[in-house]
Write a protein that binds this ligand. Structure first.
Ligand code: NAD
Ligand code: ZN
Length: 243
């Protein structure tokens, strides 16, 4: 399918579901997992920090990593891709749904509201004893670990770690939205992390159209009706008829 046809399909669709991954925030200067392998934390594999076992073994190192990421994303700004998706939502209204695998909070800061954060959020913590979720203090003043405002116990990062289940209601809502979508957009995700990656396949299976925006080929490319090979901001602008 040509870009022109993909653009027409997106324009006329009443139900649109979007899945985003780390690539949508790359232009905000937030490293994807692949980029992170060359950076400061390159001596750690994400699986070795973002897991319940890692946290049990060494909560201090895990909290330091998350406190650093929280500080980094607080200093970052949403980019044009986040803004274009917020604009697409305003155009589609109730027929729009956005599921993100990102934990950086940039979609919400750009104004997205019909949004689920499938993997949690860096700006909140969850009580290990009573489950209370509370916002972290200002990132520049924050020294981990935080303690629970209700019961005083230690809190953990409010992130879905490797080997943990996704929030059930959020995942169900996403699955429904992708199944009902006439058009699904898959932006900046390598498609390696399930069940999020499976959402694209729900749309395809139900007869909808699936469009990917990613500079590189991904695991999901074989299932796409159209692949826009560009960074998120330019790819979305091209699809939304503004590029
Ligand atoms: P990933 O790192 O596995 O893949 C990133 C994808 O983005 C790649 O396919 C890459 O080709 C593409 N990409 C790179 N630059 C891009 C750009 N400018 N525009 C569009 N696409 C671009 O990330 P993933 O698929 O999201 O899955 C990994 C997991 O990492 C997720 O569970 C997520 O929670 C976590 N993660 C989140 C963040 C964040 O919150 N910003 C950052 C790193 C990792
Ligand atoms: Zn508590």
């Amino acid at each position: 399918m040509t870009l022109e046809q993909a653009r027409a399909a997106l324009r006329s669709a009443r139900r649109v579901a979007v899945l985003t991954g780390a690539g949508v925030s790359a232009e905000s200067g937030i490293p994807t997992f692949r980029d992170a392998q060359t950076g400061h934390w390159s001596r750690f594999r994400p699986e070795d920090l973002a897991s319940p076992e890692a946290y049990r073994r060494d909560p201090e190192t895990v909290w330091q990593w998350y406190a650093g990421r929280y500080r980094d994303v607080s200093r970052a700004q949403p980019n044009e891709a986040h803004h274009l998706l917020a604009r697409l939502e305003r155009g589609k209204g109730e027929g729009f749904f956005l599921a993100t695998q990102n934990v950086d909070g940039l979609h919400a800061r750009a104004g997205s509201e019909r949004l689920v954060e499938l993997h949690g959020n860096l700006s909140t913590a969850r009580c290990e004893a009573c489950g209370t979720v509370a916002p972290l203090p200002d990132p520049e003043a924050f020294t981990p670990p935080p303690s629970c405002p209700v019961c005083g116990s230690r809190m953990r990062p409010n992130i879905v770690w490797f080997g943990e289940f996704l929030p059930e209601l959020a995942l169900e809502a996403a699955a429904r939205a992708f199944e009902e979508a006439e058009v699904a957009l898959i932006v900046g995700t390598s498609g390696q992390v399930y069940p999020a990656a499976g959402l694209a396949l729900e749309t395809r299976r139900a007869g909808g159209m699936v469009i990917e925006v990613n500079p590189d080929e991904t695991e999901l490319t074989p299932y796409m009706n159209c692949s826009v090979r560009d960074v998120a901001s330019r790819g979305l602008a091209a699809l939304m008829g503004e590029g």
